[in-house]
Design a protein around this ligand. Structure first.
Ligand code: FAD
Ligand code: NAP
Length: 552
């Protein structure tokens, strides 16, 4: 049932948009997810077109070019596993890959698998409407095009819709403003400038040390401080790389079966709880993780994310480190996170973040105590002080997990929009599809491990599942697939129940949607574990897509 008219223009009347091409599948987004999805669809002999709003492939790594941008997961695990040749031949240079290196890798993937000829850049999908008469998605773009496809796959990213707070006077500023997720391609030189950074999340902790090295003055406006671990980035030795590559299949498999899609070293010597060991033993364990760097501390004990008392032990350890690093006790106190559990907001990974506050040209402002009142033509005013500025950097995050999806006007059966359906929080079955929206798939959608995992592991799993599903449907000449309302309801309840066992819902974070004013507060990712989730998805497929209704 493959469309053969992938590159043909069909006849249109004068009122129709200029082009009206038809495809088996339209994919929205050309990051890690969209690129691999296209590759799999090609392998099935299907016609596919990828629309990408950006001027290049790479998604996150195309947009987030801010100084210091780097992955928090090691390059040898934050990479595709679908091609043995690719994973063997690509040489990573550092323990944690820089934005530039990941973007180079993704461009290499696009070339190596000849993907570019089916990717249309600089094109934003604005609407997708399901036509019940033909069982096809009618997809429109900001260029006035309309194409149709049997399936639509949203590979739009969980962290791709930048959030800029609505601060009074924001448009009056006469200097330069930047959002880290929309960083310019030309070099930004802050030398000699007075710069403000708003935000102290994962992005800011990477950008601040780099900006501080250039700016004459840097003002950091902090609402809530973050827990952060040192990255301990270093060149990746050929030997270390060879060692992993010699046993890559086993490493990849271990990641797929793990909790977070990462082979985190579990504590072999101690019981499951941080509370069952002596304070000395706990300290030793945390010190080891601190010396190793990265997010591994989350796996030091099994109950850190579920038991507040256990969590406090890790939180206190990290608070102590801040006091050790930051010279001025008052600044250290301000940088010390309190009032929410460790890792219930994304754990940051940094290179000399806390050390940066020992520099003379860096000032930390507590905007909880003294809120930002206004951006003025020459700077910024908090309740207690005014700052003259040349540039303002918004490191204020994203309308995460749902923003990129709901900013497309997606209309399913009966004209219901996904935006309306998700107004009180996203509702999906397995994070892969949503009832009422036949033949629409989400990659790393809400209700899947997504952002609480190594996302490349989760992306590959979703892409493979979707490709296999389409092959299954075509093998039966099926016209539609859609989750049943019951299966979706049960899954939504399960996601909430499992989330409820953890400390995540106790904290305001973008996982909860609470970083965007007016957004429904609900725990969006699935924390049941990458391995367990994969088994569930495989089981659903093996049982002829249990929980979905398939129409032939
Ligand atoms: P994206 O890379 O976000 O790509 C989605 C693409 O869809 C974008 O290019 C966007 O322009 C396009 N798009 C969206 N809407 C439309 C539309 N309507 N029309 C056309 N195109 C559209 N994950 C980890 O696992 N580990 C990390 O260490 C890590 N570090 C990160 C660091 C930063 C700074 C950020 C922002 C995210 C990080 N992530 C990390 C998450 C990261 O987003 C994923 O790992 C991964 O890159 C997502 O790939 P994707 O293809 O799903 O989405
Ligand atoms: P974020 O985690 O949402 O952080 C946004 C920051 O902006 C927070 O400090 C927030 O304060 C602050 N903020 C938002 N609105 C504000 C306002 N009106 N006034 C003052 N401060 C405001 O966003 P992010 O740092 O861009 O990171 C998003 C996600 O991307 C991360 O969690 C991570 O998953 C991914 N990421 C990963 C890496 C990496 O792996 N290397 C790097 C960057 C990003 P509050 O905390 O008080 O809300």
């Amino acid at each position: 049932m493959s469309d053969t008219s992938s590159s043909e223009f069909v006849e249109t009347d004068a009122s129709e948009p200029e082009s009206r091409r038809t495809f088996d599948v339209v994919v929205v987004g050309a990051g890690f997810a969209g690129l691999y999805m296209l590759h799999r669809l090609r392998g099935l002999g299907l016609s596919a077109l990828v629309f990408e709003a950006a001027g290049g492939v790479g998604g996150t790594w195309f947009w987030n070019r801010y100084p210091g941008a780097r992955c928090d997961f090691e390059s040898l695990v934050y990479s595709y596993s679908f091609s043995e040749e690719l994973q063997q031949e690509w040489e990573w240079t550092e323990r944690y890959p820089s934005q530039e290196e990941i973007l180079r890798y993704l461009n290499h993937v696009a070339d190596r698998f000849d993907l570019r000829r089916d990717i249309q850049l600089d094109t934003r999908v604005t609407s997708a409407v399901f036509d019940e008469a033909t069982d096809r998605w009618q997809i429109r773009t900001n260029r006035g095009e309309q194409v149709s496809a049997r399936y639509c796959v949203m590979a739009t990213g969980c962290l791709s819709d930048p959030y800029v707070p609505d601060i009074k006077g924001i448009d009056t500023f006469e200097g330069k403003t930047y959002h880290t997720g929309r960083w310019p391609h030309e070099e930004v030189d802050f030398s000699g400038q007075r710069v403000a950074v708003i935000g102290t999340g994962s992005t800011a902790v990477q950008a601040i040390p780099e900006i501080a090295k250039q700016a004459s003055e840097l003002v950091v406006l902090q609402r809530r401080p973050s827990f952060s671990m040192p990255a301990r980035n270093a060149p990746l030795s050929p030997d270390a790389q060879r060692e992993v590559k010699a046993d890559y299949t086993a490493h990849r498999q271990a990641a797929r079966e793990s909790l977070f899609g990462l082979e985190l070293r579990v504590n072999e010597n101690t019981p499951k709880s941080a509370l069952q060991v002596s304070p000395e033993e706990r300290q030793r364990e945390y010190e080891e993780r601190w010396a190793e760097g990265g997010v591994g501390i989350m796996a030091a004990f099994a109950d850190l994310l579920v038991n507040k008392e256990a969590n406090d032990t890790a939180a206190d350890f990290l608070r102590g480190k801040i006091r050790e690093i930051v010279h001025d006790p008052a600044v250290a106190e301000l940088l010390t996170p309190t009032g929410y559990p460790f890792a219930s907001k994304r754990l940051c990974v940094d290179s000399e973040y806390f050390e940066t506050f020992n520099r003379d040209n860096v000032t930390l402002i507590d905007v909880k105590a003294s809120p930002i009142e206004e951006i003025t033509p020459s700077g910024l005013r908090t309740r207690d002080a005014a700052y003259e500025l040349d540039s303002i950097v918004f490191a204020t995050g994203f309308d995460a997990m749902t923003g990129a999806v709901t900013s497309v006007d997606i209309q399913g059966r009966d004209g219901t929009t996904l935006r309306e359906k998700w107004a009180d929080g996203p509702r999906t079955y397995l994070g892969l599809a949503s009832a009422g929206f036949p033949n629409l798939f989400l990659i790393t959608g809400p209700g899947s491990p997504s952002v609480l995992s190594n996302m490349i592991v989760s992306i590959e799993q979703h892409v493979d599942w979707i490709a296999d599903c389409i092959a299954y449907l075509d093998g039966r000449d099926a016209r539609r697939i859609e989750p049943t309302a019951e299966a979706e309801q049960a899954w939504v309840a399960h996601v909430a129940e499992v989330g409820g066992y953890t400390l995540f819902p106790t904290t305001d974070s973008w996982y909860m949607g609470s970083n965007v004013p007016g957004k429904a507060r609900t725990f969006m990712p699935y924390i049941g574990g990458v391995g367990a989730y994969r088994s569930k998805c495989d089981d659903v497929a093996a049982k002829d897509y249990e929980g979905f209704s398939v129409t032939v």
